[in-house]
Design a protein around this ligand. Structure first.
Ligand code: C5P
Length: 230
């Protein structure tokens, strides 16, 4: 049977690391939907479109030639022949991504693509040979795949999330880097939560608070839950 695991959570909850590891250990495909919104933002900026120009943004995203990876060990993202894997993670792009993601027609385009990828991974000739997929983002449990076999909201205290992000973004965790990160992370979560509901679990969604858990503890908890529901 093909398994679909949907994982949502805010920035710094550890969802990418955990989702990739669950996929890797279980031979599942992995879909990073945040990378798709980031790629759309890169494409808009590359086309010199003003992110505030909603109609132009929508038209551009509709034509976006994006290749979405599903191998958890090979997350190279290509757009119009460019390797944009690193370019979609810059602080400049992170500041604009919430604006592009807030346009509902943009979401509709990407959600349709995400549903196609999730459906394809249930097929025997897919990357996962039909075993299924772990898809992560902000609205997978509620909008993209509310009928997933397992739906998880991964949360963590603000301190834990800021410390993880500070380590990722600046490399060190101290009072100064945490404060620097607070502005970036909290502002993005605030903007995103106006559009997607990822701060509280919807009905039937398991909440895992990862604040004091190791990555492998979270991975095992998800595997145990998946074993119960699939
Ligand atoms: O997960 P990540 O931080 O890479 O996501 C980047 C951005 O993409 C988020 O800040 C949010 O604006 C958008 N996003 C979204 N819906 C998703 C995943 C990401 O709106 N399912």
């Amino acid at each position: 049977m093909s398994t679909t695991i949907a994982i949502d959570g805010p920035s710094g909850s550890g969802k990418s690391t955990v989702s990739k590891e669950v996929a890797r250990r279980n031979g599942l495909a992995y879909l990073d939907t945040g990378a798709m919104y980031r790629a759309a933002t890169w494409w808009v900026l590359d086309q010199r479109i003003d992110p505030a120009d909603e109609d132009a943004v929508i038209a551009a995203v509709r034509e976006m030639p994006l290749t979405v990876p599903v191998d958890p060990d090979d997350q190279v993202i290509l757009c119009a022949g460019h390797d944009i894997t690193d370019a979609i993670r810059t602080p400049e792009l992170s500041r604009v991504v919430s604006r592009v993601s807030s346009y509902f027609p943009v979401r509709d385009i990407l959600i349709a693509l995400q549903r196609d990828i999730i459906a394809a991974e249930g097929e025997p000739d897919s990357y996962s040979h039909g075993r299924g997929i772990v898809a992560e983002g902000r609205d997978i449990t509620t909008v993209v795949k509310p009928d997933a076999d397992l739906r998880v909201l991964l949360t963590a205290s603000e301190e834990a999330r800021l410390a993880r992000r500070a380590k990722e973004l600046v490399g060190t965790v101290d009072a100064v880097t945490i404060e620097k990160t607070r502005g970036i992370v909290s502002e993005r979560d605030r903007q995103d939560s106006a559009v997607t509901q990822f701060l509280e679990a919807a009905d039937g969604v398991f909440t895992i608070d990862s604040s004091t858990m190791s990555i492998s503890d979270v991975v095992e908890t998800i595997e145990n839950l998946a074993g119960r529901v699939t």
